[in-house]
Ligand binder design. Structure first.
Ligand code: ZLS
Ligand code: CA
Ligand code: ZN
Length: 397
């Protein structure tokens, strides 16, 4: 393959460390770091790597991690192993009762596995590196598909996320940028990022997600949660949430995304944007309940890119690995402006071809098949857009 030429007039950087891909959460666990191997395989088979600056990312240092996280939590993550868990941390043993010490969120969703700290510090290092490429103007779009772990809290793992690489990357951006817009299209609510910047007006967070307080993780992110209610808190009105029901399709999602994101950018005038591209909002996802196709998901990236504002693109959820890989490879092609040039027939060879056998060797299999009926009528979507526009009117500056 000849590869694809570099984009004209702007630079895209790719930040990854293949060591991340080798980690395992456990057999039954839906989070599969090897989906990153599949993604890279498609990207390289198309020759897209020749159009980007590719950086082998380094592990984040403890000093970098404690810029957001609590030191005793980082100490714990860096020293706990599956072997010493029961001896050193008896209160974390299943069934232990009565202990009120640190819990750190460990459990079935966030297991302690071999190499956990290496995994965490590598995906975080990649997001920090990517953010620094943007602030140093060496890159206009920086990509880290291993990041996007939006549920992690200051001192608690949550929802498959241990270190919040997004928060760490935004903290880097804030050293040089007055206003950062965070957009999250993972099917889950971006609660960790929202919470971290709840009290500042220098970050506007916007998450699109399935919302059901009782039955869908993490149960937060209703439409009217827009920041601290106390009006002299600068963070007031700087968290926006778009709660959705099952089955939303490409047409509805695209219309809603552009109707919400457009006014957010026009009103807030961010100088940098972070886009979390969780691929569990695709149809046929093992955990998700939306009906998006690869094209519909990708159109969010195209739209955000069209504003030509320094952009950090990160991954997130995505639990049907072959479709995660298709989506992120397609979105890489959008970032480098090569999406129109790709042959939709996957140029894959053995041993990778068989992973894509289910839908056939195409980049764009139909994923909208109605596993979930669309429970988002037009009137509901219009009421969301109206509410968001109303909320933006409170935002000044
Ligand atoms: O946004 O729904 C929950 C919490 C529970 C149900 C599951 N059990 C194990 C714990 C208690 C209420 N957790 C969600 C977390 C979803 C995180 C999404 C992350 C992101 O995409 C960003 C990366 C959840 N949904 C599904 C599971 N957990 C889940 C499914 C299957 C398994 C296997 C491994 C572990 C236990 C059996 C597990 C979790
Ligand atoms: Ca989301
Ligand atoms: Zn998710």
């Amino acid at each position: 393959r000849n590869g694809i030429s570099r984009p004209k007039g702007y630079t895209v950087s790719w930040h990854a460390n293949p060591e991340v891909e080798k980690h395992h959460f456990g057999m039954a666990h839906p989070m599969k770091p090897w989906r990153l191997t599949l993604t890279k395989e498609i990207v390289m088979a198309y020759g897209m790597h020749t159009a980007m600056d590719t950086h082998l990312s380094r592990a984040a240092t403890v000093e970098e991690l404690v810029e957001f996280h609590k030191e005793d939590y980082i100490d714990f993550l860096s020293s706990v192993t599956p072997q010493n868990l029961a001896t050193n941390y008896p209160w974390l043993k299943p069934g232990a009762v009565g202990y009120s010490g640190p819990f750190f969120g460990v459990g079935e969703d966030c297991p302690i596995f071999d190499g956990l700290f290496e995994y965490c510090s590598l995906y975080a290092g990649a997001s920090i590196d990517a953010a620094r490429k943007l602030t140093s103007h060496q890159s206009d779009i920086a990509i880290n598909w291993s990041g996007g772990l939006h549920h992690a809290k200051k001192a608690e793992a949550s929802g498959f996320c241990y270190i919040n690489d997004i928060v760490l990357a935004i903290l880097q951006l804030l050293r040089h940028h007055p206003r950062v817009l965070y957009i999250d299209i993972d099917v889950h609510h971006g609660d960790g990022v929202e919470q971290a910047f709840w009290s500042t007006d220098r970050v506007l967070t916007l998450s699109f997600h399935k919302y059901d307080k009782e039955t869908f993780f993490p149960g937060t992110g209703p439409l009217d949660d827009t920041g601290p209610t106390h009006p002299d808190n600068p963070g007031a009105h700087h968290s926006l949430n778009v709660p959705l029901n099952d089955g939303i399709d490409d047409v509805s999602y695209q219309w809603l995304f552009e109707s919400v994101v457009g006014p957010c950018i026009d009103t807030y005038r961010p100088t940098a944007i972070v886009l979390q591209c969780g691929a569990d909002s695709l149809g046929h996802d093992r955990l998700g309940c939306f009906n998006l196709n690869i094209q519909g998901h990708g159109s969010c990236v195209s739209y955000v890119k069209s504003f030509k504002i320094p952009l950090l693109v990160v991954g997130g959820g995505g639990y049907t690995p072959r479709n995660v890989a298709r989506a992120w490879a397609h979105e890489t092609s959008i970032c480098i402006g090569a999406d129109k040039d790709l042959d939709p027939t996957l140029p894959l060879h053995t041993p990778f071809r068989h992973h894509f056998a289910e839908e056939g060797p195409t980049l764009f299999p139909p994923l909208h098949a109605t596993r979930f009926e669309n429970k988002n009528p037009r009137t509901y979507l219009e009421s969301i857009v109206t509410a968001i526009r109303e909320q933006l009117r409170y935002m000044h500056g």
